[in-house]
Design a protein around this ligand. Structure first.
Ligand SMILES: [Zn+2]
Length: 273
């Protein structure tokens, strides 16, 4: 794998935009973002926007051999390294695996985090996915988007961030392997052609060596990187390009309905005809 993607000027923020946006990709565990929207983030980073990647947990259940605290430390480092490849920040909200619940404390924590970043556009998990942490993260982020601009909604943080100016644009990423719980294709609204940044998407996922090695040992094949490529390729086939990522725009009442992503990435966003 070429290291040119690490140090080269292509994927770091060299472009000065008149109106740079802040884009937050938040998902449950380290590596989820790399599977579902890292190509789109690489394109946005290349265009000069500020990119923030966040995970709800540090992936503390992601090892059969290391104790929770040790694997969590490893995976925070891996996630930060992946983010760095595109000049992105990385944050962990420090929930724990299989312990993400929709309750008042969690909603306040996620709302406070959104206010601290103040994103224009958010990528979040879909409503339906194979894992409870993904689905609860969807609900917490979706509702924190609504709460973040509400001045009287207090987060009880010791140093609270100001309310956001408005509800951010909310895009829901694909389900794992592009499949719903019924095994059928997960529905997406729009596609981003990530063919010309697929190499950096792959390299970002490869930063998660603890997970890749575990699967390699367990399955005897590089299922981790192969799975990412297969899913991107399948979405690409649906619009006639080599690699794509699929999304849905969340259009609940009061959420922005226009396609900001289309405006930010002209020529890369496509709808299936
Ligand atoms: Zn996950």
């Amino acid at each position: 794998m070429s290291r040119a993607f690490v140090d080269g000027p292509v994927y770091t923020r060299k472009v000065r935009l008149v109106d740079p946006k802040t884009v937050l990709a938040i998902h449950a565990h380290p590596d989820d973002v790399e599977f579902q929207c890292a190509g789109t983030l690489a394109l946005l980073a290349r265009s000069g926007h500020r990119i923030v990647i966040a995970t709800m947990s540090p992936g503390d259940c992601g090892s059969a051999t290391l104790p929770a605290d040790e694997i969590a430390a490893v995976r925070r480092t891996e996630a930060a390294a992946a983010a760095k490849l595109i000049g992105a920040e990385y944050h962990c909200l420090e929930f724990r695996d299989l312990a993400i619940f929709e309750d008042l404390t969690s909603r306040r924590r996620v709302t406070e985090f959104l206010r601290s970043i103040s994103p224009d556009l958010i990528f979040a998990p879909p409503a339906e996915d194979y894992l409870c942490d993904h689905e609860i993260t969807h609900r917490l982020v979706r509702d924190a988007c609504f709460a973040a601009p509400v001045p009287n909604y207090r987060t009880h943080h010791w140093e609270p961030s100001p309310p956001m100016a408005h509800i951010p644009h909310l895009y829901l990423v694909d389900a794992l392997e592009g499949l719903g719980r019924d095994g059928k294709r997960h529905g997406v609204d729009l596609y981003v052609d990530v063919t010309d940044v697929f190499a950096v998407k792959r390299e970002m996922l490869a930063c998660h060596a603890s997970q890749r090695d575990w699967l390699l040992k367990h399955h005897g094949i590089d299922e981790y990187l192969n799975g990412q490529e297969e899913a991107s390729h399948k979405r690409g086939e649906e619009i006639g390009v080599r690699h794509a990522e699929g999304f849905r725009i969340y259009r609940g009442h009061a959420y922005p309905h226009d396609d900001l992503l289309m405006a930010l990435l002209p020529g890369h966003v496509m709808y299936k005809s």
